[in-house]
Design a binder for this molecule. Structure first.
Ligand SMILES: *[C@@H]1O[C@H](CO)[C@@H](O)[C@H](O)[C@H]1NC(C)=O
Ligand SMILES: *[C@@H]1O[C@H](CO)[C@@H](O)[C@H](O)[C@H]1NC(C)=O
Ligand SMILES: *[C@@H]1O[C@H](CO)[C@@H](O)[C@H](O)[C@H]1NC(C)=O
Length: 340
């Protein structure tokens, strides 16, 4: 889809003319919707969770082929909002995803005590096979804002789940449903009085749990054990303070070189962070743009032809309208990160 040789021929012009990467909206839902998280299946299909107005998981099959359509894959009528999604390792015949969700009043305003975690089982690589949905836990009766979910590499019976309001990351046993909220409790995960969202995106990379804190607009990390608990004596380290570059930081993904791509939500952009040089670039969007309005989460392609395509989920700027007035339906946008 994107031509590398042509791009290098115009590379000089590109430096001065095109600061951001090419972006294409794959599909957009109706006004008043909010997609909160995104995952990509091993077969390349996209999964996107809807936080508002109802608990739906959408899929976009074959995102490199037209037409790209957000189709409903699963709905969870027992809850009203879905937040994070993560895949856990399984046997060769199936795929398993874990989502967390809750009931709530308005956008991003969950009701304490209504959270639950669910597994979604899909037939491996099948686009039309049966899906099996199962509630695995009612979490903690004082869970206030369960948000990010991450796989623990190689672990099939547990995930980590962050609580943006309580400021911790818990360890959820998928067999027993036991949710240990004491696993990671650090002040760097807390929200602030001004911004009630602390720990948000959580991902494990090279033996560390990386997490964003939306309120302090920072990324932190802590060394972990293979089972997904803090390593003995490990301390939280600041990876980068983005507060001079963005007003909010939501979920993120690593590329193959270990750079971070983060959605900025209120800033309507995606930024890249080179962890060696700590250089930060806006790769798509901007405060006054609708390109990725209300960007919530990002994930790289896993198909044959889209490994350098970053898929961005958005919430249509419902929380912070662009220019104070403009909102739109939630969408999924494909961004070619190889073009710069
Ligand atoms: C959550 O909302 C659903 C759908 O509106 C309702 O059926 C369910 O009883 C609610 N759950 C709680 C714990 O209030
Ligand atoms: C949670 O459960 C505990 C023990 O049953 C109870 O003491 C506490 O009040 C409950 N908290 C909430 C927020 O309902
Ligand atoms: C980030 O930088 C700002 C501005 O210098 C500072 O006020 C804030 O305390 C820093 N936050 C963290 C988490 O280091």
């Amino acid at each position: 889809m994107f031509c590398k040789s042509l791009l290098s021929a115009v590379a000089l012009a590109a430096v001065t003319l095109a600061k951001t990467s090419p972006a294409e909206t794959l599909d957009e839902l109706s006004l008043g919707t909010w997609l909160e998280n995104i995952a990509v299946r091993p077969n390349g299909d996209i999964l996107a969770t809807q936080m508002f107005p109802s608990a739906i998981i959408y899929t976009i099959k074959n995102p490199t082929k037209k037409p790209h359509t957000l189709e409903q894959l699963v709905d969870l009528p027992a809850i009203q909002n879905i937040y994070g999604i993560a895949q856990v390792p399984t046997g060769p015949d199936s795929e398993r995803y874990v989502v967390v969700g809750s009931n709530g009043t308005t956008i991003a305003n969950p009701t304490v005590g209504t959270f639950s975690a669910w597994t979604i089982d899909l037939v491996r690589d099948s686009r039309c096979g049966k899906t099996k949905v199962k509630k695995v836990s009612s979490m903690f009766n004082d869970s206030r804002f369960l948000n990010g979910v991450t796989e623990i590499p190689g672990v099939s019976n547990a995930v980590l789940v962050g609580d943006s309001t309580n400021g911790n990351v818990g360890h959820l046993d998928l067999k027993t449903g036991k949710f240990d909220t004491s696993a990671f409790v650090f002040p760097e995960m807390d929200p602030t009085e001004a911004v009630p969202f602390g720990v948000n995106g959580i991902h494990i990379h090279n033996g560390y749990l990386y997490f964003t804190n939306s309120a302090t607009v920072s990324i932190f990390r802590i060394a972990i054990t293979p089972r997904g608990y803090p390593a003995k004596g490990a301390k939280v380290e600041l990876v980068i303070n983005l507060s001079s570059k963005a007003s909010f930081v939501d979920d993120f993904a690593f590329d193959a070189d270990g750079n971070i791509y983060a959605a900025t939500n209120f800033d309507n952009s995606v930024i890249s962070i080179n962890l060696k040089t700590l250089k930060v670039n806006t790769i798509v969007g901007g405060v006054d743009e609708l390109t990725v309005a209300g960007s919530t989460a990002v994930a790289f392609g896993r198909g044959k032809h889209d490994k350098e395509t970053l898929y961005v989920a958005t919430g249509g700027a419902l929380a912070a309208p662009v220019g104070g007035t403009k909102t739109e339906g939630a969408k999924v946008v494909a961004v070619d990160t190889d073009a710069n």
